[in-house]
Design a protein around this ligand. Sequence first.
Ligand SMILES: [Zn+2]
Length: 175
Amino acid sequence: MEVRIIGDPILRKRAKKVVEFNSKLKEIINDMFSTMYLYDGVGLAAPQVGISLRFFIMDSREDNDKGKKIVINPEINEFLGENVLYEEGCLSIPDIFENIERPEGIKVRYQDIDGNFIEEELHGYQARIFQHEFDHLEGILFTDKLPIIKKTMVKKDLIKLIEKGKKRALELGDV
Ligand SMILES: [Zn+2]
């Protein structure tokens, strides 16, 4: 699987709801896990691999695969706790890492691979990854959340990446 880079228009689209929980979806998700681990990521959203649907995978790398999730049609229903700063990166924005402010916890609802509904309260690193990946489904990238001063500092690097991402999008086409 090819990871789409900022500048690729698919990363800016609002993804559509998943309605079919079939074997093709399972196959795609398996491929996404391989891709995520290959690049040493902790989360990967469908639009990042050229699929404009509302799902993502994550693995906060905890014992017993506790932080490993397949998240389909997610909703964030409540934000909990204080806003906290934490360094984020993104496989679609290589080599840029910045502190981003987000709520510490969230209450979420989503579907698993078989379409069953799951309600959970997440905190810390899991809540962080979930919010970052959820944003991908809305066409939002973490660099959008940088304060103006920080944004100016990474602007040159972003412009270069965006040019690369646009070119790559033309080569890859639509899925
Ligand atoms: Zn990302």
